[in-house]
Design a binder for this molecule. Structure first.
Ligand code: FCB
Length: 504
């Protein structure tokens, strides 16, 4: 991102992208699309999906040979997770996957993004594969294929085997090699039927929330450890990509999912622009440069020089990390507005740009304030701002020419409940999804190569440190009875999928 584009982002953060202006742009896009005879119609072949993750839905934590992950341990740490909730049972998907696939089928999903539990596939993180654990994914994949739903598998959605954490976790380089072995095991068993693979989900969260401010497992609070973990996660991505390619048919797709930040400086004050440059470095370029260009950004190395000397980067690592991939997954929820400490603007005491309270996850963010974007908020307190998704997708169109993009997560938590008639009315979620899908459509109209959209989430589930208190699903789960109820948003999404376009 250049200083110019940061300045444009500042206009948006300062409210320059007013609702009216945003509407006008949206109207332009609609007009163009309508002129082409397809109002808010998505391209043929667009992949309509929904996403989940193993620890958040599976349950069966101690069944069929699965051993604890860092989340099993962390969730038991007093005060770490709201209500002391754990993923022991979660949405019991391990036992109810057939019914869940039937619901996906009812929605008309074309694709389903799920993750494999590393300690279910390879208990303890080393040694032989657990064939019984793999059998579960075998059955799930077969069930999906029988329903005409394309399985999209993520290898690591945050559930590191506890034994590997005991040996240093992601601060230990060896963990990257264990990950590659696990990738081979999974691809060998499922690669004949799973055509799209993602190595890591949101390594920013694994490194900076897991090792930086400790609001996620394993709950360590050491910024040098977070940067070390960051590098080893990227190394795992590179080694894992090679391992997958060695096992998979040539046509298989390998991807990586990042929660890149739509960073906006509060104003065009040079100090605010400087704050945005730093956070853009630590949230975005710290991933995009090594993965797509085989180098770490010089300014990020300089900004973090007080925290670490980066001596954990060894010769050859960046070549490994920058192995070509077939697409990039983007998870987007809300933009990140930053300012310098001493410029104008009201500090509302909002979260530090990561959606959680607690210390700072960012190494080297001294003098930087994080402010909420204006507008309504979800039950997470995250401002609703679909323009941020458009900004990210069009930025990637420009920065990574030729790299196909997938929105691998997008959605919102609200205070949902089943009413006496048994329905779940969630109009705010429908609005959120409509606005964000309109942003995706606008980005596609403007040339962003977005190939699919995976709504987060299929089911209400275990929302990490928030436990079961936050509901992101389009399917309501009563955790006591495990009863599933399609929310209004599920019916709405089914219609969008069926029509291949947004209503209205
Ligand atoms: C993302 C995670 C996903 C879910 C959503 C709300 O950061 O990848 O598991 O928790 O946020």
């Amino acid at each position: 991102m250049t200083v110019d584009t940061l300045a444009q982002a500042a206009t948006a953060a300062a409210g320059g992208t007013t609702a009216a202006a945003a509407d006008a742009t949206a109207t332009d896009a609609t007009a163009t699309a309508a002129a082409a005879g397809s109002a808010r119609r998505f391209p043929a072949g667009f992949r309509w999906g929904a996403a989940t993750a193993a620890y958040q839905i599976e349950g069966a934590a101690a069944e069929d040979g699965r051993t604890p992950s860092i989340w099993d341990t962390f969730s038991r740490r007093p005060g770490a997770v709201r209500n002391g909730d754990t993923g022991d049972i979660a949405a019991d998907h391990y036992h109810r996957y057939r019914d869940d696939v039937a619901l996906m089928s009812e929605l008309g999903l074309g694709a389903y993004r799920f993750s494999l539990s590393w300690p279910r596939v390879r208990p303890g993180g080393r040694g032989p594969a657990n064939e019984t654990g793999l059998d579960f994914y075998d059955r799930l994949v077969d069930e999906l294929l029988a329903a005409g739903i394309d399985p999209v598998a993520t290898l690591y959605h945050w559930d590191l085997p506890q034994e590997l954490e005991d040996e240093g976790g992601w601060t230990d380089r060896e963990t990257a090699y264990r990950f590659a072995e696990y990738a081979s095991i999974a691809a060998r068993r499922l690669g004949d039927r799973v055509a799209t693979w993602t190595t890591l989900n949101e390594p920013w969260c694994s490194a900076f929330l897991g090792y930086g401010n400790g609001v996620h497992a394993p709950g360590r609070t050491d910024h040098a450890a977070a940067l070390t973990a960051h590098h080893h996660l990227l190394l795992a991505h590179g080694l894992g990509t090679a391992a997958l390619r060695a096992e998979l048919p040539a046509a298989a797709q390998v991807s990586l999912t990042l929660n890149l930040a739509a960073v906006r400086p509060l104003s065009t004050d040079p100090a605010d622009l400087e704050a945005a440059r730093r956070i853009d470095g630590l949230a975005n370029r710290i991933f995009l440069d090594p993965v797509f260009h085989g180098r770490y950004p010089e300014d990020v190395l300089a900004d973090t020089a007080d925290v670490t000397d980066w001596s954990f980067v060894r010769d050859g690592d960046l070549a490994e990390i920058s192995r070509p991939i077939d697409s990039l997954g983007i998870n987007y929820y809300t933009p990140t507005v930053v300012a310098a400490e001493d410029t104008s603007g009201t500090d509302t005491g909002g979260p530090r740009g990561d959606g959680h309270q607690g210390g700072s996850p960012w190494p080297a963010d001294r003098g930087i304030r994080f402010l909420p974007a204006p507008g309504t908020r979800t039950a997470m307190g995250w401002p609703v701002d679909a323009d941020g998704l458009y900004e990210l997708l069009t930025r990637l169109r420009d920065d990574l020419p030729g790299v196909p993009l997938l929105v691998t997560e997008n959605g919102a938590a609200y205070e949902d409940y089943t009413d006496p008639s048994g329905a779940v009315h969630d109009p705010e979620r429908v609005d959120y999804l409509h606005g964000h899908l309109a942003a995706v459509h606008r980005a596609i109209t403007d040339g962003a190569p977005v190939r699919g959209y995976f709504l987060w989430s299929l089911l209400d589930n275990y929302e990490w440190a928030y436990g079961y208190s936050k509901r992101f699903g389009i399917i309501h789960v009563d955790f006591a009875s495990q009863r599933r109820t399609l929310k209004d948003s599920a019916h709405w999404y089914a219609r969008v999928i069926r029509d291949g376009q947004l209503p209205g």
